[in-house]
Design a protein around this ligand. Structure first.
Ligand code: PLP
Length: 406
C-alpha cells in the first residue's frame, strides 16, 4: 500500500509555511523530524489540563500522569518488541542512553586491557562516551573500517573480535552515509566471543522499526525527536538481566528504595536508572508519536522512503560534478553529496534562500569526513512527508546554487 502523502502532510502544521517567500521543503530530518498535530496536541493538553509530577503524589493529577507515563513505557516496549516493560528506560535521548551504558556497564564489566569496538561511521555520540569510558577503565577502543562505498568491512571486524572484547557499539544506520548496517550479523559475531552489543538506533527505528528480541541486541538506544516525538526524551532498552546487575549512573529522587546517611538502597528497574524528575511529558508525547507512526504504518513508511531515496539519487546524479558519499547497497533515505569544489556551506546557504532546508558540515561524524579527506558534505535526509516534487525542488536548488557558485 502506498502512502497518501498529501493527506499526511496536513498532519504536520510546520510544513505548510513559507521561508523567504518560498514553500518550505524540509530535508533535515536526520537532525530532527517535524511533529504531527497529535503530538503537539498531546503535550499541549498535558500542560493545560494534567501537569503534575509522576510517582510521588497520591492526588488525582499525579496518578493520571503516572498512568500515562507508564503507559508510554508500555507503548515503547511493544513498538520495539522488548520482553518486559522494565527493560525500557527513559533518558534524554540517544546520547543520554549511550552515556548511561558507557558509565554503568563500564563500571561493572570493563577492566584494564579490555576492548570496546565501534565502527568508523559512528556519530560522535557513539564514540566519545566509549573513549571516556576507556580512559577511566584503562580499556582500548578498536574501530571497524569501512569501504569507499560506505559499507563496514566485516572481515576486519571479525579480526578485531577476541576474548578481550567487552562490548561492540554500532549504529543501525549511518546519519551521514545512510548505510544500513548488518546488525544481526554484527551482534551474532560479538556474542560468539561473549561480548555485549549496543545498537545506536537514532537513525534506524523511524525508518522501518526494530525488533530487539529477534535481533538479540543487549542494548538499543534512540531519540524521541527523530521519530516525530518531542525533544529531550529518549529510550534506552537493555536486557533485564544486564540492567538488573548494572549500577545506577545518576543518584537522586525516584531511583531509591531507602535512604540513610549510613546506606542507601536502590529502587527496582526501570526506576533505578531514572533519577530525578524525568521528562514525563516528553515520554507521553513520544508514546503519541509512536501511535501516529503505527497508524501510518512503519512498513509503508520504509517502502515510500526507499522510493524517494531512489528517485532523489538518480536525479541528483544527473547533475554534472555531483558526487554522493555513501553508496551502500542498503540505505535509509539519506543522501550526502558535494558538487565540484563548491563548499557545502555556500551551497546550503543558497539552497536555504530557495526554501530548501538541508544540512551542511560534518554531521557530528568527523571521522567519516577524515576517511574521505573532505571537510563536510551537504546532506538531504528525507522523511515520509517529503514529496517527489520537493525532491525536484532540491535538485533545482542544487543546480541554481552550482550556477551561482561555479
Ligand atoms: N546517533 C546517531 C546515528 C545520530 O544520527 C544522532 C543524532 O543525529 C545521535 C546518535 C545523537 O542523537 P541525540 O542528539 O538525539 O542524542
Amino acid at each position: 500500500m502506498s502512502l497518501d502523502v498529501n493527506k499526511i502532510r496536513q498532519d504536520f502544521p510546520i510544513l505548510t509555511q513559507t521561508v523567504y517567500g518560498k514553500p518550505l521543503a524540509y530535508f533535515d530530518n536526520g537532525a530532527t523530524t517535524q511533529k504531527p498535530q497529535v503530538v503537539i496536541d498531546c503535550t499541549n493538553q498535558i500542560h493545560t489540563e494534567l501537569n503534575s509530577n509522576i510517582h510521588r503524589g497520591v492526588h488525582y493529577l499525579s496518578e493520571q500522569m503516572t498512568e500515562l507515563y507508564e503507559g508510554a513505557r508500555r507503548k515503547v516496549q511493544e513498538f520495539i518488541n522488548a520482553e518486559h516493560s522494565q527493560e525500557i528506560i527513559f533518558t534524554s535521548g540517544t546520547t543520554g542512553s549511550i552515556n548511561a551504558v558507557a558509565f554503568s556497564f563500564g563500571e561493572l564489566y570493563v577492566r584494564p586491557g579490555d576492548e570496546i569496538i565501534v565502527s568508523g561511521m559512528e556519530h560522535h555520540s557513539n564514540i566519545i562516551p566509549w573513549q571516556m569510558m576507556c580512559d577511566r577503565k584503562g580499556a582500548k577502543l578498536r574501530v571497524i573500517p569501512f569501504t569507499d562505498e560506505g559499507e563496514l568491512m566485516l572481515d576486519e571486524y571479525k579480526k578485531l573480535l577476541s576474548n578481550k572484547t567487552r562490548l561492540v557499539a554500532v549504529n543501525q544506520a549511518s546519519n551521514s552515509l545512510g548505510t544500513v548496517n548488518p546488525i544481526k550479523e554484527i551482534i551474532d559475531l560479538a556474542h560468539g566471543v561473549g561480548a555485549k552489543v549496543l545498537i545506536d538506533g537514532a537513525q534506524g527505528v523511524q525508518h522501518g522499526g526494530i525488533d530487539v528480541q529477534s535481533l538479540d541486541c543487549d542494548f538499543y538506544a534512540f531519540s524521541g525527536h527523530k521519530i516525530y516525538g518531542p525533544t529531550g526524551i529518549g529510550v534506552l532498552y537493555g536486557k533485564e538481566k544486564l540492567l538488573f546487575d548494572m549500577p545506577p549512573y545518576q543518584g537522586g529522587g525516584d531511583m531509591v528504595e531507602c535512604v540513610s546517611f549510613e546506606k542507601t538502597t536502590y529502587n527496582s528497574l526501570p526506576f533505578k536508572f531514572e533519577a530525578g524528575t524525568s521528562n514525563f511529558i516528553g515520554a507521553i508525547g513520544l508514546g503519541a508519536a509512536i501511535d501516529y507512526v503505527k497508524s501510518v504504518g512503519i512498513e509503508d513508511i520504509a517502502e515510500y522512503e526507499q522510493k524517494l531515496l531512489n528517485y532523489a539519487t538518480d536525479k541528483l546524479l544527473q547533475i554534472d560534478g555531483l558526487r554522493i558519499y555513501g553508496t551502500a547497497k542498503h540505505k535509509i533515505s539519506v543522501i550526502s553529496f558535494l558538487v565540484g569544489d563548491i563548499h557545502p556551506y555556500d551551497m546550503g546557504m543558497i539552497m536555504d534562500k530557495l526554501g530548501v532546508a538541508v544540512r551542511t558540515g560534518t554531521h557530528c561524524t568527523q571521522p567519516i569526513m577524515d576517511r574521505y579527506e573532505i571537510e563536510g558534505t551537504i546532506r538531504a535526509s528525507m522523511a515520509f512527508y517529503n514529496t517527489f516534487e520537493e525532491v525536484d525542488r532540491l535538485c533545482e536548488a542544487v543546480l541554481k546554487a552550482k550556477q551561482m557558485l561555479e
